[in-house]
Design a protein around this ligand. Structure first.
Ligand code: KG4
Ligand code: ZN
Length: 341
C-alpha cells in the first residue's frame, strides 16, 4: 500500500494553452505537454476567447496523446483524470472538461475537477518534495493576485487579493503601452534588466484597513500619464528605465505584503506561484527578503509558473487522496471560488 503509485492524466485548457501531463503521486512529472496559442492571439493584443476554444478543440487529442507517449503509458496505466474546471474562459474550460469526462467515462476512471489557482499553488510541490502545508503563497498570474495561507492540501485561507487589475494584467497593459507585444510580462522582465529601477518613482498603492490587499491600477495610470507627458513634450521614452521602474514598484508591493503576512501569521515557509512568479525581479527580491527574515522560500521553475497541466496533476492527486470525485455533471465554472469543490 505504502509504495502504491497513482498516475493522473491532467488536462488544462482554461486560457490560451492546451496542456496535458501525466503526474505520479502528485510530485513526479512523467510528461508535461503544452501547446501554446500565444502567437495566434498576439495579432489582437490579448486572448480572443472564441479563437481559444476552437484551437483547444483542434489540439486537445494530439496533446493528450503526446503526454501519454511522453510518460510511456497508455490509458491502462492511468488511475484518474484531473481537469481544470474553473476559473477561466468558459468556452476554453468546456473543451478540457468535456474531454476529461469522455476519457473517464469510456475508461471507468475517477474524474477529479481542479481549481486553476489550486493548480498554480500545487506547482510548488513538484520540485520541492519537502514542501508541505502550512505555508504562505503569493499567487500572481494574468487573472489573479491572491495572498493565501495553504492550511492543508486544498484548504486555503485567503488573506488578500487585488482590488482591480491582476499583477500580470498590469504587466501586460504597461508592456502594450510601450509597444511590446502580448504577453508583455516576460518582455518587461527582459527590458528591466537594462534599466535603472530607481530612475522613475511610481506610487505604491496602500489600501486603508486591508494590509494584504493589492491595487495596480494606480501604478498603471502613472505609467500612462508619464508616457503621455513625454510624448506631448516630444521627448524620447526611456523604455528600459520605465520597465525597470514599473517592475520595481510592483515587485516591492508584492514582497512587502507577503513579508508582512509571513510575520503576522508566523509563517516559516513562503512560496510564489502563477505566471508572474517567473519574473526574475520578483524571484530575487522575494528570495532576498526571505533570507533576511530567516524564512524558507519556494518557487517553481518558470515552465511550471505559467499555465501547464503538471500543476493540475499535482493538485488533482491531493484531491483524489481526499476522496474528491466529480460526476458526469461536472461543468465549467468561469468564476469558481478557491476552496470550493
Ligand atoms: O499563470 P498564467 O500563465 O495565466 C493565468 O492564469 O493568468 O499567467 C500569465 C501572466 C501574463 O500576464 C504574463 O504577462 C505574466 O503571467 N508573466 C510574466 C512573466 N512571465 C509571464 N510577468 C512578469 N514577468 C515574467 N517573466
Ligand atoms: Zn494560470
Amino acid at each position: 500500500m505504502g509504495d502504491e503509485k497513482i498516475r493522473i492524466l491532467a488536462i488544462e485548457t482554461s486560457c490560451d494553452e492546451t496542456a496535458a501531463a501525466v503526474v505520479e503521486n502528485g510530485r513526479r512529472v512523467l510528461s508535461n505537454v503544452i501547446s501554446s496559442q500565444i502567437s495566434l492571439h498576439r495579432t489582437y493584443g490579448g486572448v480572443v476567447p472564441e479563437i481559444a476554444s476552437r484551437k483547444h478543440i483542434e489540439k486537445i487529442d494530439q496533446v493528450i496523446r503526446e503526454a501519454l507517449a511522453g510518460a510511456d503509458v497508455t490509458l491502462d496505466g492511468i488511475d484518474a483524470v484531473g481537469v481544470t474546471y474553473g476559473p477561466g474562459l468558459v468556452g476554453a474550460l468546456l473543451v478540457g472538461v468535456a474531454e476529461a469526462k469522455a476519457i473517464s467515462y469510456a475508461r471507468g476512471l475517477p474524474l477529479v475537477g481542479v481549481h486553476h489557482i489550486e493548480g498554480h499553488v500545487s506547482a510548488d510541490y513538484i520540485e520541492h518534495p519537502e514542501l508541505e502545508p502550512p505555508f504562505l503563497c503569493l499567487v500572481v498570474s494574468g487573472g489573479h493576485t491572491e495572498l493565501v495561507i495553504v492550511e492543508d492540501y486544498g484548504v486555503f485561507k485567503i488573506l488578500g487579493r487585488t482590488r482591480d487589475d491582476a499583477a500580470g494584467e498590469a504587466f501586460d497593459k504597461v508592456a502594450r503601452a510601450i509597444g511590446l507585444s502580448y504577453p508583455g510580462g516576460p518582455q518587461i522582465d527582459k527590458l528591466a534588466k537594462e534599466g535603472d529601477p530607481h530612475s522613475i518613482v511610481f506610487p505604491k498603492a496602500k489600501i486603508e484597513g486591508a494590509p494584504y490587499d493589492f491595487s495596480f491600477s494606480g501604478v498603471k495610470s502613472s505609467v500612462l500619464n508619464y508616457l503621455n507627458q513625454h510624448k506631448m513634450q516630444g521627448k524620447e521614452i526611456p523604455r528600459a528605465d520605465l520597465a525597470a521602474s514599473f517592475q520595481h514598484a510592483v515587485v516591492e508591493v508584492l514582497v512587502e505584503h507577503t513579508m508582512r503576512a509571513a510575520e503576522g501569521f508566523h509563517m516559516k515557509h513562503v512560496a510564489i506561484a502563477g505566471g508572474v512568479a517567473a519574473n526574475q525581479g520578483l524571484r530575487s527580491a522575494m528570495q532576498a527578503a526571505c533570507e533576511r527574515a530567516g524564512i524558507r522560500f519556494y518557487r517553481p521553475s518558470p515552465i511550471y509558473c505559467t499555465d501547464n497541466a503538471a500543476m493540475i496533476g499535482a493538485a488533482a492527486y491531493y484531491s483524489y487522496k481526499k476522496g474528491v470525485r466529480h460526476g458526469w455533471d461536472l461543468n465549467a465554472v468561469p468564476n469558481l471560488r478557491l476552496g470550493e469543490h
